[in-house]
Ligand binder design. Structure first.
Ligand code: NI
Length: 169
């Protein structure tokens, strides 16, 4: 088991766009380590830039804390459709420790992705999973929750985050 170091915002890697994966075998070790890291954190989603790798890969498991593990590995994800209906959820991020933000996003998302066997999938995600998919997808484009709230909320959140960083635990 390998637990990778999770980069903390404002590490510049978190604001950089990631590059498509050409062959799943290239990222086999990375994906295994990302799953170990996500479960150890503990978290429900982790994108490759969060462990310092600018590849279009994320892993998620939205239900494991309630029972058995059911990991989803998405290579080269693509947002195919988004609902007009919006939903606001409180989102945390393993790269922004100690700060949750209310983020408004489309209530469901149709996502396409490639699995570790190179097979392409498409599925609709709703509820918490829809927010998780969009949050992880954002990481691949160099966006975090701070980039998904209005300027006033962003300024307040940044001030709180910076104060937390300066306060010894
Ligand atoms: Ni995150």
């Amino acid at each position: 088991m390998t637990v990778l170091q999770i980069r903390a915002w404002p590490d510049p890697v978190l604001s950089s766009p990631a590059t498509p994966v050409t062959d799943p075998s290239e990222v086999a070790d990375l994906v295994r380590d990302m799953l170990d890291t996500m479960y150890a954190a503990p978290g429900r989603g982790l994108a490759a830039p969060q462990v310092g790798v600018l590849a279009r890969v994320f892993v998620m498991d939205t239900t494991w804390k309630e029972g058995t593990r059911d990991p989803l590995v998405c290579l080269n994800p693509e947002i195919i459709a988004l609902s007009d209906e919006m939903a606001t959820r409180t989102e945390g991020c393993l790269s922004i420790r100690g700060l949750s933000l209310d983020v408004t996003r489309p209530a469901w998302v149709d996502l396409g992705w490639t699995d570790m066997k190179g097979v392409r999938h498409q599925r609709r995600f709703d509820g918490f999973a829809a927010a998780c998919v969009q949050h992880e997808y954002d990481h691949l484009d160099g966006r975090v929750t701070f980039d998904r709230v209005d300027p006033e909320a962003r300024a307040a959140a940044l001030a709180t985050y910076e104060t937390n960083l300066e306060t010894p635990r």
